[in-house]
Write a protein that binds this ligand. Sequence first.
Ligand SMILES: *Cc1c(COP(=O)(O)O)cnc(C)c1O
Length: 394
Amino acid sequence: MNLNEIIETDAQYYLNTFGKRTPVCFERGEGIYLYDTEGNRYTDFFAGIAVNALGHSHPAMVKAITEQASKIIHCSNLYYIEPQVKLAKMICENSCAEKVFFANSGAEANEGAIKLVRAYYKKKGQENKSTFICLDKSFHGRTITTATATGQEKYKKPYTPLTPGFRHVQINDIEGLKAAIDDTVCGILLEPVQGESGVYPLEKSYAEEVRRICDEKDIMLIFDEVQTGVGRTGKLFGYMTLGVEPDVFTLAKALGGGVPIGCLCAKGRVTEGFAPGDHGTTFGGNPLACAAGLASLGTVIEENLSQHAEEIGAYMKNVLEAEKETLGIKEIRNRGLMFGIEFKESVAGDVKNKLFEQKWLVGAVGGNILRVLPPLIITENDVDEFVKALKRSI
Ligand SMILES: *Cc1c(COP(=O)(O)O)cnc(C)c1O
């Protein structure tokens, strides 16, 4: 099919959730580059929304997936699965987690986290402890419950009635959080850096105080690391930038490097929340997804791409800071290679389009914020080229 045929077929047969997409269809990728159906080359500074941490078609990913596919792609969780236990071990040995459960997406991992915490307190006989506190401007997924947890009206409006038991407070406002806590609160759910709404990091002092409050009041601290996990923030997991350990955290996006996999990670007593039969999944943790996870997370760990993300992120921040005035930038927020570039004016959509014309891929949020999430393998030279393209776009 040519691009026009693809666009027409999409309009006819696909539910209209994505509206008019950017008019391009990518056929293949290599490293930080993507090639469209006409053979044009694009530089990917969005990484499939923080998914392609190793870039596109990384040899380690291709090898792991093809080798696994030729052996066994799927088998039920009624049986033992070697890549699954290996990936579980890798995650636990490299984080504070003691036990994990694999799902197929970020939303599903978060659903699992919410279920685990509620089930834990139910089993303890604390039936009324079932409320979660979440943040305004957060994003936790698209299922009814994770949309309820999400602190943005637009994602829930068409879907009422929502799941009971969710409250929202402002980011980095400890007094507001304290005021929302009562005896029914079982969990506080936070993103180490709010990604989807425009890259807003938690303050370290806030995270430390939240941890202290959770310990004092017997509340579970849950970090949604679907976007911040697997090296993106300059540490292997986002909580490591905050100096506190959560009781539960979730992963997805970069974990499978593009093969769908989500993960619920837990430590301590909350791991006793699930008994056999309480939770389950058909696809979650299947051999193919876990082989992809072993290659993606394994490569990030082996090649210390977290540290690379921190260093190259610091470089990019400096280069951008130096151009702040000429580019009309109000603020640059980053943790590692998770960037929100906030302009003084509502130009982010236009800048994104101008970058696209020059064959650069980035995201835009809320009118004035450019969201930049490059693969973790970029070099200083790639950053320089990006800033040049950005200058030409403004
Ligand atoms: C992307 C994202 C999700 C949702 O993940 P899906 O795989 O799309 O369900 C949840 N939480 C955060 C922080 C995300 O960035």
